[in-house]
Design a protein around this ligand. Structure first.
Ligand SMILES: Nc1nc2c(ncn2[C@@H]2O[C@H](COP(=O)(O)OP(=O)(O)OP(=O)(O)O)[C@@H](O)[C@H]2O)c(=O)[nH]1
Ligand SMILES: [Zn+2]
Length: 210
């Protein structure tokens, strides 16, 4: 039996769809998509999914995106989250599947702590050391809720869009059949080069950056 963060992976409870709301998604063309909320998730976050109907002959594509207010909403160039979210929505609109939007701001430490970490990073501290200087873990995310959401959506056999091997490992531990891992593109700019370098060199991400 596997254990993640002290909980046996077999003890994962069942979550259900609470509301399924059609949204008019425009990815350069109209795309049928639903925004979905859930009951019974393993933590109290208001995690949501955007689901696009399956495409015949294709295994659904899933992107698990962790909230990043600065990048996703305000277009911050300090990270690669905004372009990754865009890429995920485009890819899922094309192939069918879902984007899970997990409320795990700042790799789980929250927005204010992430902003504190940014202040430290401006004194030449890398993204992971900055978390530790704040008394937090390098990465406090875990993906039990993602597995629950995928089951509730009927997406138990998927392709996963990510460069983060930990997402793949945990989903498989929770019984999701990840048949293929599709890398995201490298969205680099002069402001996020050190961040991407740290993810690849210190965070174990499979990112082709030097
Ligand atoms: N603590 C902290 N969090 C950050 C920082 N920059 C971005 N984040 C958060 O990191 C999360 C995104 O994680 P990433 O490590 O970029 O990517 P990932 O989701 O693990 O991996 P991919 O699936 O390959 O994109 C979001 O929750 C962001 O808010 C930072 O400097 N410090
Ligand atoms: Zn970000």
């Amino acid at each position: 039996m596997s254990v993640i963060d002290g909980y046996p992976t077999t003890a994962l409870s069942t979550a259900t769809v609470r509301a399924r709301v059609p949204i008019g998604m425009d990815r350069g063309r109209p795309v049928r998509a639903d925004m979905i909320s859930f009951e019974g998730l393993a933590d109290s976050g208001e995690h949501v999914a955007v689901q696009v109907p399956a495409v015949a002959g294709r295994i659904p594509l899933v992107r698990i995106h962790s909230e990043c207010l600065t990048g996703d909403v305000f277009g911050s160039k300090r990270c690669d989250c905004g372009p990754q979210l865009d890429e995920g929505l485009d890819a899922v609109a094309e192939d069918g599947g879902a984007v899970l939007y997990l409320r795990q701001e700042g790799r789980g430490i929250g927005l204010y702590n992430k902003l504190d970490a940014y202040v430290l990073q401006d004194t030449n501290v890398d993204t992971f050391s900055a978390n530790r200087m704040l008394g937090r873990g390098d990465d406090e995310r875990q993906y039990a809720v993602a597995a629950q959401m995928l089951r509730a959506l009927g997406l138990e056999r998927i392709r996963l869009l990510t460069n983060n091997p930990e997402k793949v490992r945990q989903l498989r531990e929770y019984g999701i059949d990840v048949v293929d891992v599709v890398p995201t593109r490298v969205h680099s700019n002069p402001d996020n080069e050190r961040y991407l370098w740290a993810k690849a060199s210190l965070g174990g991400h499979t990112l082709a950056v030097s």
